[in-house]
Write a protein that binds this ligand. Structure first.
Ligand SMILES: [Ca+2]
Length: 466
């Protein structure tokens, strides 16, 4: 007994030492590279999506909610996600976020989502009403409020029927954001995290994430927008890591092709091992051994193929894995609402139950996308679920005729596949050259001063792309 007691005491002591040793990191919400969208451009976008075949002007090719729901085959239509709740964790308060969401919903014909009608809820990091102050960063579109509006509006755009709970951490420090994630996971079973910090060993938070995942909470985390190593918590094996693509549409809004975005962070974790499901799939073991390999999946993230977000009184075009992540969370809500058979969307689900559009072109700083799993886009773009009937069958047929996926490649004439690949690569090589000259500037900037070079970089890229 004596020795057993002593052993326990030593173990407890070790635990305390280890626990207090978890590093506190500052988390960044990424490089969104926003650009303004005029009301006139917005009108043109909407005309296209309401049936007019009018060609969209190059500056009006941001993706609208209905285009995004179509190209990602999100089930449920205008009530997608009904009965589900998505919790979004951000830093700081967001005093105008709910009013901005209402303006956005009206503009895009989405259902109203307010505190009054029970759809929207905002809590502090402990679940209470002590909402922190707004992020003072300017311009506002580059602040955490811009991030918050992006997250809220794009969960609502992809899952208009879902409830949204916004959890506001007191600061961007992990000592505030991690408790906020714990609160979020107690209030919803789908959680969206469009932020991250440099990888480190987070033993306490890891235990929490593993437990949350085991309880059936789906946590989606952005890999980062640097195109370099992925950030934490995306590299945790207990979350679903979301990378970014460049999603090209025709001038009339019809899906054209999708490639890996140069800003999509990814790679092998230096601290964490792959989940059992990832290891079993071979996706992690091929490039990374048994280490965690990210991303798991991807959605649109390139600002040049970005989306409109209403913030600070006007519309701006946003991108980043900060966009891809709420799309993933919204799609999860839509899928869970569409069939009650799907109770848990976790790593096992992502590696066994989904159908994908494999991304085979494009690259980030260290890796290139290729056939199957890659460290730019993961398994690819989540476009379907094996355990539900494919919804919107007609829409799906309409858009898949140009898709480059593992399943479609065998059915398509190879000339058509090659044409799409070539045209995508030509466009990408033009933009990659531009990015090479600007990325050095961007990566040397501190997180508090990212907005200016990001905007410059984005505008320049957009000009070349179109
Ligand atoms: Ca691939």
């Amino acid at each position: 007994m004596h020795w057993r007691g002593l052993t326990s005491a030593v173990l407890i002591l070790l635990f305390i030492v280890q626990s207090s040793g978890d590093p506190v990191v500052d988390n960044d919400h990424g490089r969104h590279a926003t650009r303004p969208i005029s009301e006139e451009d917005l009108d043109r976008m909407l005309e296209t999506t309401t049936g007019s075949r009018q060609k969209r002007a190059p500056e009006a090719r941001a993706l609208t909610p209905s285009i995004v729901r179509t190209i990602y085959n999100i089930p449920g239509g205008d009530t997608a996600g009904s009965g589900q709740t998505v919790a979004i964790v951000v830093a700081f308060g967001a005093s105008s976020a709910e009013a901005d969401l209402e303006v956005y919903s009206t503009r895009f014909g989405l259902p109203s989502c307010t505190t009054a009608n029970g759809c929207f809820k905002k809590v502090d990091q402990n679940g209470g009403n002590n909402i922190p102050r707004d992020d003072p960063t300017t311009p506002i579109s580059s602040s955490w409020l811009g991030e918050t509006n992006l997250d809220i509006q794009w969960v609502h755009a992809t899952a208009p029927g879902a409830n949204i709970t916004l959890v506001c951490a007191n600061s961007s420090s992990s000592s505030d954001l991690y408790p906020a994630v714990m609160t979020a996971a107690s209030l919803a079973d789908i959680v969206s995290l469009s932020w991250g910090g440099a990888e480190s060993l987070q033993s306490n938070f890891e235990r929490f994430l593993a437990n949350a995942s085991a309880r059936g909470v789906s946590i989606f985390a952005a890999t980062g927008d640097s195109g370099g190593p992925a950030t934490y918590p995306a590299t945790s094996p207990s979350v679903i890591a979301v990378g970014g693509t460049t999603t090209l549409t025709e001038s009339d809004g019809i899906f054209s092709s999708e490639s890996g975005w140069s800003g999509s962070s990814g790679g092998c974790s230096n601290f964490y091992t792959a989940s059992e499901a990832q290891q079993a799939s071979g996706s992690g073991t091929d490039p990374c051994g048994t280490r965690r390999a990210v991303p798991d999946i991807s959605f649109n993230g390139d600002p040049t193929s970005g989306v409109p977000v209403y913030v600070d009184g006007s519309y701006v075009q946003f991108g980043g894995t900060s966009l891809a992540t709420p799309i993933a969370a919204g799609r999860a809500a839509a899928v869970k609402a569409f069939t009650s058979d799907i109770r848990v969307i976790d790593s096992f689900y992502i590696y066994n139950n989904i159908t994908l559009r494999d991304i085979t072109s494009g690259s980030n700083q260290n890796y290139s996308a290729g056939g199957g799993f890659d460290l730019v886009t993961g398994r690819g773009v989540w476009t379907g679920d094996l355990d539900i009937n494919t919804p919107n069958a007609d829409e799906n047929m309409k858009i898949t005729h140009l898709m480059i996926s593992e399943t479609m490649q065998t059915k398509l004439p190879m000339s058509m596949v090659l044409n799409v690949v070539e045209s995508t690569q030509e466009t990408l090589s033009a933009t990659t050259q531009t990015r090479a000259t600007t990325s050095a500037t961007a990566t040397s900037m501190s997180s508090s001063a990212l907005s200016l070079p990001a905007i410059t970089f984005f505008s320049f890229s957009l000009f070349l792309l179109l």
